[in-house]
Design a protein around this ligand. Structure first.
Ligand code: ACO
Length: 327
């Protein structure tokens, strides 16, 4: 059966670096608290008026096209996972296509908070496996700084901006996406939410005064769900593919909190030297964390390596993808 192989990866983060030291000047926090509770040291922030997630997504896609020697005209479909679209509409995928010269193909956004890339990769895979398309780009792009309240110490230390993109192509050697699992449970809706700006609470002076356009997170509640469900779904995908920890070359976890990552790796029986980690540099970039990990570790990946990608996010949403690396 034809598999959807990742045949290229590229990532982009903006230049500006927001350090823990700078955050200490903005809110009542300190480097020791942030590092010990989350593992984050710094994050990149997109500055400049009129710059949205599409700017970073387009940088990632342009780099991907160049690296893989792919012409924009050869792309059949582009899917963008984002929780911080440039606009309510048109979607960010449409904008990215326009910026990089991809024309007249389908493009759409997926919103599954921090699990967005897992969802988008799962969807993109179907178009390759069915034979409908031969070149699909999956992007994760988020400008979390646009919805982060820099007076709220419980959330502003967590998030950063960035984007990553992969190219999916057919593979008949058994390499590529082997299996994927996606889950959601609306029980989490009030624990992690941007309350206003959608159709339930459109923007008003009142919603702005109440700071409802920013991320609200009940950290400890989300933490409990995240630890359990990211580990459970990783164990689930291993069990149904008869994998043990020893079979897995790399765990590629969503980068929300180092403690959640460590718990997941522990449950899977994977040592820390086989866990991709860049949270210290970028913080939580939502849909971009997993492709940014793949980008940073690309040189260490070998053809045939077994990778488990896993994420948990708002909704709640969570999921895992089992990939055999193709190059
Ligand atoms: N600096 C210093 N102190 C702080 C800070 C800060 N930045 N933030 C909170 N505190 C204080 C709190 O006020 C609290 O003080 P108190 O005990 O006097 O009340 C104390 O530190 C402990 O706060 P907790 O919230 O209990 O800290 P916790 O250990 O739970 O860590 C964190 C918070 C890092 C947010 C953690 O709960 C977490 O990682 N949660 C899950 C995040 C996640 O996975 N999200 C899903 C993906 S994101 C998405 O989908 C968009």
């Amino acid at each position: 059966m034809t598999k959807a192989a990742i045949t290229g990866i590229h990532g982009y983060v903006p230049d500006y670096v927001l350090t823990n030291a700078e955050l200490e000047q903005m809110v009542d926090t300190n480097d020791e608290w942030i590092t010990s509770r989350t593992g984050i040291k710094e994050r990149h922030i997109l500055k400049g008026e009129g710059m949205g997630s599409s700017h970073m997504g387009a940088k990632a896609v342009a780099g991907l096209l160049e690296k893989t020697g792919t012409a924009p005209a050869d792309i059949d479909l582009l899917i963008c996972a984002t929780t911080t679209p440039d606009y309510v509409f048109p979607c960010t995928a449409n904008l990215i296509c326009d910026m990089v010269g991809i024309r007249n193909v389908g493009s759409f956004d997926i919103q599954a908070a921090c699990s967005g890339f897992i969802y988008a990769l799962t969807i993109g895979t179907q178009f390759i496996e069915t034979g409908k398309y031969r070149k699909v780009i999956v992007v994760g792009a988020d400008k979390m700084s646009a919805i982060t309240d820099y007076t709220d110490r419980t959330t502003c230390v967590l998030f950063g901006d960035g984007a990553g993109a992969v190219l999916l192509e057919p593979n008949t050697e058994g390499l590529g996406v082997i299996d994927s699992i996606i889950h959601s449970d609306g029980v989490g809706q009030n624990h992690l939410i941007q309350k206003a700006g959608g159709s339930r609470y459109p923007p008003t002076h009142e919603t702005i005064d109440k700071r409802w356009h920013y991320v609200y997170q009940d950290g400890p509640s989300v933490f409990k769900f995240a630890v359990k469900n990211m580990a459970d779904v990783s164990a689930e995908i291993m069990a149904r593919n008869n994998l043990t920890g020893a079979d897995i070359a790399w765990l590629v976890p969503h980068q929300a909190n180092k403690r959640i990552i460590d718990a997941t790796a522990n449950r899977m029986g994977i040592e820390s030297d086989r866990v991709m980690m860049n949270i210290h540099k970028y913080g939580n970039t939502t849909a971009a964390t997993i492709p940014l990990c793949l980008h940073d570790y690309e040189a260490q990946l070998k053809k045939g390596d077994n990778l488990v990608l896993a994420a948990f996010g708002g909704g709640f949403t969570w999921g895992a993808v089992y990939v055999k690396w193709a190059y």
